[in-house]
Write a protein that binds this ligand. Structure first.
Ligand code: KG4
Ligand code: ZN
Length: 369
């Protein structure tokens, strides 16, 4: 490889404090090769456990306390010092404003102290550009972001060129999984627990709605499903004084099938819009914690394969919140000549697609776009 650039990435927009070092060729495009030298993620689950959700003030304080230690750990794991870093990339939004501010202020201090360029990164761009870091995917590709805080289809045409084809108008699917688990007395995070129960359940016993399938386009809605689940649970539990193991499994299977069906049908529509562009090597990529769901993954793989599209799911540690994706987005922006000044703002909302109207809804993890 010719000349390389090495970027330190920082992430603190929700409940993970993360720092990572990514090295890549200085030429344009992922084909010049990228390497994750280190990726440190410190979750805050224990800090928020007693509160039933992420407490923004606690999150912000923990980020402020841990960012320097995470950075030190990431540099040590990469085996380099700050002198080997070419720029500091930091999540400047969207997210919980206290956490984003902690990250942006820390990054400014670090960049100013070490005389390094500063690059503000959109957290969603970090997720959306990950397939280029992991698999060297070329533009344009289709991305489905499905996590506890986000749900949107993005047409990715360039490192700074995103078109949102649709997204949730209320809850994110991960949120719906977590609430379902709560309603059924299952542990958090709800996704893996609901998926495990669903394995032995009958998805046809309860008729859950498939929200917004009757509406054209790629928008989604998940809050009604949670209400439907609550009703179904109470209808079964009231006469028999509780739920049996089989009831719980059937409720989970029915709920999971509804989420999957809706995501598959909306993906079909998004893929049609994407394929109309005539991409040479069509790719459909997913990111976010919900992409870990085996039933959803299998259905999306079938859908894509049937249409002659390569389906890509980056490794889970790079699908969920991390700083390697922020460092990589920093690489892309650095190559485009983008630099930010000390006036870089922390933004609670920051839509990737400046042309589409803003989404409604602000989930438990903060604003979604
Ligand atoms: O991307 P992520 O780690 O964090 C953000 O939300 O930003 O995603 C976490 C979400 C949680 O809501 C969790 O319940 C969900 O992803 N999740 C799953 C599965 N594993 C994690 N949902 C469905 N099935 C799974 N296997
Ligand atoms: Zn995220």
């Amino acid at each position: 490889m010719g000349q390389t650039i090495t970027i330190l990435g920082l992430e603190s927009s929700c409940d993970d404090t993360a720092a990572a070092v990514v090295r890549a060729g200085s030429g344009a495009g992922p084909e010049t090769g990228a390497e994750i030298l280190s990726s440190v993620v410190e979750g805050q689950v224990a800090l928020h456990a007693g509160f039933g959700g992420v407490v923004p003030e606690i999150a912000a304080r923990a980020h402020a306390e841990r960012l320097d230690l995470c950075t030190e750990a990431a540099l040590a794991a990469a085996g380099i010092g700050l002198d080997a870093i070419d720029a500091v990339a930091v999540t400047a939004g969207p997210g919980l404003i206290g956490g984003v501010l902690s990250g942006v202020m820390f990054a400014k201090g670090l960049a100013a102290g070490a005389a390094l360029p500063l690059i503000g990164v959109n957290h969603l761009a970090g997720h959306a550009l990950t397939p280029r870091l992991t698999d060297g995917v070329a533009f344009p590709y289709l991305m489905l972001l499905v996590s506890g805080g986000h749900c949107q289809f993005l047409l990715v045409r360039g490192a700074d060129d995103f078109t949102r084809l649709g997204g949730t108008i209320d809850d994110a699917p991960g949120e719906a999984f977590d609430k379902t688990a709560k309603l059924l007395g299952l542990p958090q995070p709800g996704g893996p627990a609901v998926e495990a129960e669903a394995r032995t359940g009958d998805p046809a016993r309860f008729a859950f709605p498939r929200p917004l399938l009757d509406r054209a386009g790629c928008d989604l809605s998940f809050s009604g499903l949670k209400t439907a689940l609550l009703r179904a649970r109470d209808a079964v539990a009231a006469p028999q004084g509780g739920l049996t193991r089989a009831d719980r499994a059937d409720l989970c299977a029915g709920f999971q099938a509804a989420v999957r069906d809706v995501l598959v049908e909306k993906s079909r529509r998004a893929l049609a819009l994407y394929l109309a562009l005539g991409p040479a090597d069509p790719v459909f990529a997913v990111a976010g914690g919900v992409a870990a769901n085996a039933s959803l993954r299998a259905a999306l793989t079938d859908l894509a394969t049937g249409l002659g599209v390569r389906f890509l799911a980056p490794p889970l540690r790079l699908c969920t919140d991390n700083a390697a994706m922020i460092a990589w987005a920093g690489v892309e922006r650095f190559r485009m000549g983008h630099r930010d000044g000390m006036d870089l703002a922390a933004r609670p909302r920051w839509p990737l697609d400046r042309r589409s109207p803003a989404l409604n809804g602000s989930g438990r993890k903060g604003p979604k776009s």
